[in-house]
Ligand binder design. Structure first.
Ligand code: ATP
Ligand code: MG
Length: 434
């Protein structure tokens, strides 16, 4: 249908064919309206029954809601119409009839629970506010890609079927690979590191990560989108600068290009690009500040990971995006480099939204002997990682990087209550289809 006009582009004075879904039918007796919706908006189709072909009127008004129709007619200015214009139809074709019973109401008049929405995503995304989330998600990824390019990165794609895990064995999904055991990749970590030692030097990847998370939570998925960055000749502070830049780029892109979507979500007035220079707290300062609030049942001690509650307590204290730096080496993965003068202290960092962790990163251990030692200390068999460690023997520069959860970025940006709202077809413990 190349002669089709989007509803938002229909101009008074022309004859146009619009095509879309029947959003609403209002029959007022002598006059009736059909509201047709497409991806750009809605338009009113007016039936003045007296002067019109009976068959056309009947076809137009007997159609079920959410059917796909194509309407051709004169576009006229009409101040009382929702968009200021309407179409007086010459012809109407029912392109695809919808069942009279719908599993959820795309007009949004009847609320649906999240599982029903996820089971019927096609219908769910006909709702303006749901569609807006995914348009904003697309803009986030577009602007993040653009910023990575500005930072001189090359986009890479690494395998998602792998022979070994990286972040510890418990969260792996095993699969059968031609009779051998393999796994779904938890993170592109090792592959992106192998690429900083290549001729590419600075890389990014946006791709799926798979985690067999123990629990169903509002901020964990079993398949998530990781936004990964890694650069040769960077230390952890430079990696944090890049992280801040990329996160701000996502907000800037949305502020600039998603005005309508933000409006639809009721965020137009309050949406703010986070200020630069995110505060950088050391882990030690972080646990001190958390303990000082007295809000946790038990005081945190050096070496504890921050429980969710602690993240919330500290987040509301800080009140903006911030970094936690200088984590104890023992709770960071083997590939994170220690501070030269203190092996108990790592260059690992997390970047936090006040409500949750968004990013983990750090400088990497690039010295072959230290790397292999680190494997052994974490109870991993270095032989299994030979494909990785070998490359550290042939000129691996110092490097640093991070991984940012794409869905958590969208979720926190838009204040969504559940991470599943930021994914078209989420994977969690119960949900494998659609
Ligand atoms: P958390 O402690 O919050 O479970 P993590 O420290 O295990 O996260 P990392 O391995 O550091 O996660 O992964 C880097 C980033 O990827 C996280 O900060 C988060 O934004 C995102 N991420 C990790 N696991 C998940 C998941 N299961 N669902 C959604 N996003 C995730
Ligand atoms: Mg982490």
């Amino acid at each position: 249908m190349d002669d089709r006009t989007y509803t938002a582009a229909a101009e008074p004075g022309e004859t146009a064919t619009v095509a879309g879904w029947v959003h609403e039918i209002r029959d007022l007796g002598g006059i009736a309206f059909l509201i047709v919706r497409d991806t750009t908006g809605r338009i009113q189709v007016k039936f003045e029954k007296d002067g019109m072909d009976d068959e056309l009127v009947e076809r137009g008004l007997d159609v079920h809601r959410e059917s796909v129709v194509a309407v051709t007619g004169a576009v006229e200015k009409e101040d009382r119409a929702p968009t200021g214009v309407e179409i007086v139809p010459d012809s109407l074709e029912v392109v695809a009839e919808a069942d009279p019973e719908l599993p959820l109401d795309p007009s949004g008049k009847v609320d649906a629970e999240l599982p029903t929405r996820l089971d019927n995503r096609t219908l769910d995304l006909r709702k303006e506010e749901v569609k807006a989330v995914f348009e904003i998600r697309a803009e986030v990824l577009r602007s993040v890609r653009e910023r990575f390019r500005e930072l001189g990165c090359t986009e890479i794609n690494t395998p998602k079927i792998v022979a070994t895990g990286t972040e510890g064995g418990t969260e792996l999904f095993p699969i059968t690979y031609f009779g051998r055991e393999a796994f779904m990749n938890q993170s592109p970590q090792l592959f992106k590191q192998l690429m900083v030692g290549s001729g590419l030097e600075r890389v990014f990847e946006i791709g799926p990560i798979f985690r067999a998370e123990e629990h169903n939570t509002p901020r964990h998925l079993n398949e998530a989108t990781s936004i990964d960055f890694e650069s040769a000749f960077y230390d952890h502070t430079e990696a944090m600068d890049a992280c801040e830049s990329v996160v701000r780029a996502a907000y800037e892109g949305v502020a600039e290009n998603c005005e309508a979507g933000l409006e639809t979500l009721g965020l137009a007035g309050e949406f703010e690009v986070p200020e630069d220079d995110f505060p950088r707290l050391t882990y030690e300062e972080a646990i001190q500040r958390i303990n000082a609030t007295g809000e946790l049942d038990e005081q945190l001690v050096w070496g504890d990971d921050l429980p969710t509650e602690a993240e919330h307590v500290l987040g509301s204290e800080v009140g903006q995006h911030y970094f936690i730096t200088d984590w104890p080496s023992e709770i960071k993965p083997f590939y994170i480099k220690d501070h030269g003068d203190d092996p108990a202290l790592s260059t690992g960092f997390d970047m936090m939204h006040p409500s949750m962790e968004l990013v983990s990163g750090g400088q990497r251990e690039h010295r072959y002997e230290h790397l292999v030692e680190g494997f052994e200390q974490q109870g991993l068999d270095p032989d299994q990682f030979e494909y990785y460690t070998e490359m550290f023997r042939y000129g691996m520069p110092p490097h640093a990087g991070w991984g940012l959860g794409g869905e958590r970025l969208v979720m926190t940006m838009l204040g969504l209550e559940n991470i599943r709202e930021a994914v078209l077809f989420p994977r969690d413990r119960q949900r494998l289809s659609p």
